[in-house]
Ligand binder design. Structure first.
Ligand code: MN
Length: 218
């Protein structure tokens, strides 16, 4: 009997697709401008997905893996595509998170966290203002392109900067809040003024989503 070829129900196109923004391009104005959002989401994020898919096509057995698994297992990705998966898979995951942890100011965005996340932040960093300062500093002092992260590891919150599109998942940590400090994230509106972008960004942080991610990470 002839062997039936495996039917793939998950295609690379559907497996790693561009998630729609959960709000309009202009929804985060005046803190993040519509043009930046449009280019960032439609061009930059899409490019990470396209490049990730192109890399995975060289090793079709990896096409069915979810993005979290690919990043957690980055060290076992074949040599010839590891860097591409690191950069583009990381870029895909980081941006997918980034869109969800923001919301229009005053409509889910800004303010302070409540509940268990607020307690954990206070326990770990002291007052909320101190936490903000620490995460801002991690992002502002990240040399070159990268991200500032709030992660959960072994039930504990940690703050740290990471270069390029490296994901905390690559070190076994779960990212729950991240701020993109690549110039493409702020240059149109803020030019070289990264600290000003950071100050503005806090107005659009979606604490409900961060709290949901915190609970899921525990
Ligand atoms: Mn970006």
């Amino acid at each position: 009997m002839a062997q039936v070829k495996e039917q793939r129900t998950v295609t690379p196109e559907t497996r790693h697709g561009l998630p729609p923004l959960p709000y309009d391009f202009a929804a985060l104005e005046p803190y993040i401008d519509a043009q930046t959002m449009q280019i960032h989401h439609g061009k930059h994020h899409q490019a990470y997905i396209t490049n990730l898919t192109n890399a995975l096509n060289k090793h079709p057995e990896l096409l069915d893996k979810g993005i979290d698994d690919l990043l957690r297992g980055i060290n076992s990705i074949p040599d010839d595509i590891r860097t591409a998966v690191r950069n583009n898979g990381g870029g895909h995951h980081n941006h997918s998170l980034f869109w969800t942890i923001m919301a229009p100011a005053g409509k889910g965005g800004g303010g302070e966290p409540t509940g268990k996340l607020a307690d954990a932040i206070r326990r770990t960093f002291g007052e909320f203002a101190k936490f903000k300062e620490q995460l801002s500093n991690a992002a502002i002092t990240q040399f070159g392109s990268g991200w500032g992260w709030l992660t959960v590891a072994n039930g504990k919150l940690e703050i740290g900067g990471r270069p390029n599109q490296d994901s905390p998942l690559m070190d076994g940590k779960v990212p729950i809040l991240g701020v993109d400090v690549w110039e493409h994230a702020y240059y149109l509106k803020y030019q070289n003024r990264r600290p000003e972008y950071l100050t503005a960004w806090w107005n659009v942080v979606n604490w409900e989503e961060v709290a949901r991610r915190y609970a899921a990470a525990l």
